[in-house]
Design a protein around this ligand. Structure first.
Ligand code: A2H
Length: 251
């Protein structure tokens, strides 16, 4: 963690019932995977959520009947930011592992797809954000490589019980003049990145796309199609917050 606090938008990805047995204690509640993102304007392009298979998560009561699935660490931080049934005290209804979450069907704000799935990513850090990541493979190099791994490696799918049809086609959302309509695909291909574990090249791909997406990107879809990312990013973020589909989280 840096010296400056980092502010994330937590996207509330609703778990579509019926719940698996591991989550039967949550019957009747509105349950969300809460994904930390720095790029709320890309949410149109969500194709899945990412969880760490061996990661430890919990289902925490926030308010009313709303429950968020995040790491213990994120739940503690959230409880100090007014997001806990009991102030400054996380209220855990059930402990879960990433493996319990793989295959959950989700409904996520702004997503082009009506339902997307929770899939395994092996490089998720448990000391950052919520331990849940929303996947936008058109614009995030890490997401594109993790999707490519799952598509190309039947043994990897088998290991985690992932069905091929849970992997949805990429949805372009932002044009960057230098990189086209799916910047992450272009840059990962150009740099010949082999897998989600190719850390150095992925860091380079992120450097190449991250700033340019903001300064030179134009929206291809949604209510702000044709407008500059720079201009509409705060508008999209505020809409998500005001409609209760996302919350602001700092750490
Ligand atoms: B971003 P920073 Cl389209 N482990 O969201 C690994 N990665 C995590 C994480 C964790 N625990 N929590 C969040 N992240 C990802 C969208 C996106 C992101 C796009 C393009 C770039 C991008 C869709 N995934 O991030 O270290 C989340 O992915 C590029 C860095 O705090 C989050 O934003 O800078 C970003 O990393 C936060 O990383």
């Amino acid at each position: 963690e840096g010296v400056q606090p980092q502010e994330y938008t937590l996207i509330k990805m609703e778990v579509i019932p019926p719940f698996p047995t591991s989550m039967s204690a949550l019957e009747g509640k509105r349950v969300f995977l809460a994904a930390a993102t720095l790029r709320p304007e890309t949410m149109y392009g969500q194709t899945n959520a990412w969880v760490l298979p061996d990661g430890k998560y919990g289902a925490f009561e926030i308010s009313g009947s709303d429950v968020l699935i995040v790491t213990d660490r994120a739940a503690l931080n959230l409880s100090y930011q007014n997001f806990s049934k009991v102030p400054q005290e996380p209220s855990c209804l059930v402990q879960l592992t990433g493996k319990d979450l793989i295959g959950l069907r989700l409904k996520s704000p702004l997503a082009f797809y009506d339902e997307i799935y929770a899939l395994p990513m092996l490089t998720i850090l448990t000391d950052k954000g919520t331990g849940i990541v929303t996947s936008v493979p058109s614009d995030a190099p890490d997401d594109y490589m993790a999707i490519s791994d799952l598509k190309a490696k039947p043994a990897l799918r088998e290991k985690y019980g992932v069905k091929e049809e849970w992997i949805k086609p990429i949805v372009p959302v932002i044009n960057i003049p230098e990189f086209g309509d799916s910047s992450a695909v272009k840059v990962c291909t150009d740099l010949k990145i082999k897998s989600q574990n190719d850390k150095e090249k992925l860091a380079e791909a992120k450097r190449m796309t991250y700033l340019k997406g903001f300064t030179e990107g134009t929206m291809l879809v949604g209510e702000f199609a044709g407008k500059k990312v720079q201009e509409v990013k705060p508008l999209i973020k505020n809409k998500l917050i005001e409609s209760g589909q996302a919350i602001i989280y700092s750490e």
